[in-house]
Design a protein around this ligand. Structure first.
Ligand code: NDP
Length: 250
């Protein structure tokens, strides 16, 4: 049994790099048409070209997930072009790490704007076509720190915990329409976001991961693929932790 998503239309936010790019490529590989959204248009286009070069179909959008007009226009464009929208992966996310006592208002607002408001805006706009179709999958990329908290990440951890409560609420409101909503909580994954961590922090983190390594973006994409598939048709309101065992002993 393999996962096929032929005929499905997906939107992946933050798909210009890292986890989002791996998710977009995996969905396209499974046969879905993929709308690639990223803040920097050139990054979105690069992912879309990668999909097209393997025979897939993709549209690229450059803009801010926290901008309601941009999100509405993007989703209207997708539905006009492909007549449906089945899957939304709310993946766009940023960090502005610092201890709470030093955290500026702008650090707080920027993180909540992208990580939480972005997911709210994209989900709200996508639910209209999904409700008409009576089929939909929303997957929110949270984080293990949304379950545990983390020093220096009050803004980020709060946004990721809020995404989990948001996920459960969408699941409750949309179950009767055959729309599922789940979250994935990655541990430490090799992307630009973790590339910048000081060597000492990386070493300490590695010692706490039972599998002894950071995860790959593809290992998160496989989780997304599963949650989008018919194999996950009875799963909603859940958090799938993909962390190499990092939180297993907590
Ligand atoms: P990266 O920093 O590698 O990539 C982030 C992506 O999000 C980029 O494509 C970026 O766009 C896009 N983006 C950022 N802000 C916006 C915005 N306002 N509007 C639209 N797009 C935006 O991150 P990762 O791939 O590492 O992380 C992806 C998700 O996974 C995030 O939500 C992150 O919090 C979460 N996560 C990551 C973990 C990790 O260890 N890496 C662990 C746990 C969770 P552009 O390329 O155009 O700049």
């Amino acid at each position: 049994m393999t996962i096929r998503l032929d005929g499905r239309v997906a939107l992946v936010t933050g798909a210009g790099r890292g986890i989002g790019k791996a998710v977009a490529l995996a969905l396209a590989q499974a046969g879905a048409k993929v709308a690639v959204l990223s803040r920097t248009e050139a990054n979105a286009q690069e992912t879309a070209h990668a999909i097209a070069s393997t025979g897939g179909e993709a549209l690229a959008f450059g803009g801010d997930v926290g901008d309601a007009d941009f999100v509405e226009r993007t989703i209207n464009h997708i539905v006009t072009t492909w007549q449906r929208l089945d899957i939304v992966v709310n993946n766009a996310g940023i960090t502005r790490d610092t201890l709470l006592v030093r955290m500026k208002d702008e650090d707080w607002d920027a993180v909540l704007h992208t990580n939480l408001k972005g997911a709210f805006l994209c989900s709200r706009a996508a639910l209209k076509p999904m409700m008409r179709q009576r089929w939909g999958r929303i997957i929110n990329i949270s984080s293990v720190v949304g379950l545990t908290g983390n020093v220096g990440q009050a803004n980020y951890a709060a946004s990721k915990a809020a995404l989990i409560a948001f996920t459960k609420t969408v699941a409750l409101e949309m179950g009767s329409r055959n729309i599922t909503c789940n979250a994935i909580a990655p541990g430490l994954i090799e992307t630009d976001m973790t590339q910048g961590l000081p060597e000492q922090v990386r070493e300490r983190a590695l010692q706490r991961i039972p599998l002894g390594r950071f995860g790959t973006p593809e290992e998160i994409a496989y989780g997304v693929l599963f949650l989008c598939s018919e194999f996950a048709s009875y799963i909603t309101g859940q958090v799938l932790v993909i962390d190499g065992g990092l939180t297993a002993g907590l």
